[in-house]
Design a protein around this ligand. Structure first.
Ligand code: SIN
Length: 475
């Protein structure tokens, strides 16, 4: 198990006193101690990235592309080992972890293909006085801050396009789940990523670490995935040096079911949208709006599906819902559930934390939820489905959009015209129409409103890590 940090191609311990204890959320037991860096290590990593960047950017796109292709291959070859690490430190069911490794690796394959297709343009100015040439050089050194809910995929979704475009990077992996990131770093080096191109520095002191990185002269960009609250703080700090940013922030996804929907498909989709990766996703359905004639049957079927989930260690092949990441997460979920119940909701199934060891919460369906309850306004990040019924489509859309967030929404109906119409009216960067999962490295992932800035994946994803240079030319 790799527990050191990676700076300039060398694995190293940080200051002796600084270690991160990584816990198994299924038991609460310590599983590893990981080296933690402070501002000095963050700055050293930025120095290394700055030194490595010119040569990496000058390598032919085909050379970078082939290395990215090898990164895909090596991650897939180590799928079992990486899935074990993900389940160990995050807790998600192992089948989800195996899926995450394939998803994570695919960002390298997709971006290997994009790397050789970063196009510029050439045109004649309307006045006919010059040619307008545009090109897309890399941004330079990029700082990445990645979350614990996808310990592999949220790193590769940023790394692969950044490297493809010719950038070098300094990553702060999540302190709750750093082991997968460190192993991914080792594998990328084996696949041919040169020293200094990827640097990984876990920390216990996020603020000073980030200050040192932002203040480093070579750093040009910050890419962050995490909560909107933290995103706002980072954005303010990035403003000091006018850094380019990509922000993948929180969600509060509405999941809309019309009475004409195929209810079996809607429940299957709801289970995916709510429960994939133990419900700890920013794409998770957070509020269910079900048209009145279908409400009772939908709630009954959803409660049956949620109530039959097996909760426990992700290594148990029968388990479909793993632990939450830490005790604070369980406490927060319970605060929202008890608040909803005190406000008049009823727990159709579940409704309580499960005693330890480990950090578990019962898969829960809440009926009769007050549309103004905090559970409909805050991101739950846990296995709880609050359901409200609706009769008026316009009022339902207004309620679905009555949030600062705009990451994703879901719509189920057999009427395609209505489905597309409602999808277009939902203020979100992504919509699943008769689908409970939308994530795909070939599609642009990202939010509107306070759910984020920029996109990851698709062709857009690699251009986020590029500048646009315009050359006004005469010849
Ligand atoms: C996330 O929850 O942050 C990402 C979910 C996904 O990529 O599917």
């Amino acid at each position: 198990m790799q527990t050191q940090m990676l700076i300039d191609g060398r694995w190293t311990d940080g200051p002796d006193s600084e270690r991160i204890e990584v816990l198994d959320p299924a038991t609460g037991d310590g599983i590893a101690e990981v080296a933690a860096g402070g501002p000095a290590e963050a700055a050293a990593a930025c120095d290394a990235a700055a030194a490595a960047q010119p040569a990496w950017a000058e390598a032919a796109p085909r050379v970078r592309s082939e290395i990215l292709r090898d990164c895909h291959r090596i991650l897939m070859e180590h799928s079992d080992e990486l899935a074990d690490l993900i389940t160990l430190e995050h807790g998600k069911p192992r089948a989800d972890a195996v899926g995450e490794v394939a998803y994570a690796a695919e960002f390298f394959r997709w971006n290997a293909e994009e790397t050789v297709r970063i196009h510029g343009t050439i045109g004649t100015a309307p006045g006919g006085d010059k040619r307008i040439i545009t090109r897309h050089p890399p941004v330079g050194v990029v700082v990445m801050i990645t979350p614990w809910n996808f310990p592999a995929a949220m790193i590769t979704r940023k790394l692969a396009p950044a490297l493809g475009a010719g950038n070098t990077v300094v990553v702060k992996p999540p302190r709750e789940a750093p082991l997968t990131a460190l192993r991914v770093g080792e594998l990328l080096a084996e696949a041919g990523v040169p020293p200094g191109v990827v640097n990984l520095v876990p920390t216990t002191a996020s603020g000073p670490w980030f200050d040192a990185a932002v203040d480093h002269r070579a750093v040009r960009m910050v890419s962050f995935t995490g909560s909107t609250e933290v995103g706002r703080v980072l954005l303010r700090r990035c403003a000091d040096r006018v850094l380019k940013t990509v922000m993948e922030l929180g969600g509060n996804a509405p999941f809309v079911v019309f009475a004409d929907a195929d209810l079996e498909a809607a429940v299957t989709g709801a289970m995916v949208a709510k429960m994939r990766h133990s419900a700890e996703t920013c794409t998770a359905a957070n509020r269910f709006f079900v048209e009145e004639p279908a409400h009772d049957e939908f709630v009954e079927r959803l409660a049956a599906a949620m109530g039959s989930m097996k909760v426990g260690s992700g290594f148990d092949p029968d388990v479909t819902c793993g632990p939450m990441i830490n005790p604070a997460a369980v406490t927060n979920i319970d605060r929202l559930v008890q608040g909803a119940i005190n406000g008049g909701a009823s727990a159709v199934t579940g409704g309580s934390a499960i005693g330890g060891p480990g950090f578990f919460y019962e898969p829960t369906v809440l009926g009769g939820v007050d549309p103004a309850a905090p559970i409909t306004r805050e991101e739950i990040f846990g296995p709880v489905a609050p359901v409200v019924s609706f009769t008026d489509t316009d009022a339902m859309i207004a309620a679905a959009n009555d949030t600062e967030m705009g990451l994703i929404g879901y719509v189920y109906t057999e009427d395609l015209a209505r489905g597309l119409n409602v999808s277009e009216r939902i203020e979100a960067g992504m919509v699943g129409l008769n689908r409970g999962a939308v994530s795909d490295p070939a599609a642009p992932f990202g939010g509107m409103k306070q759910s984020g800035l920029g996109r990851e994946g698709a062709s857009e994803g690699i251009y986020e890590f590029c500048e646009t240079q315009y050359i006004a030319a005469d010849w």
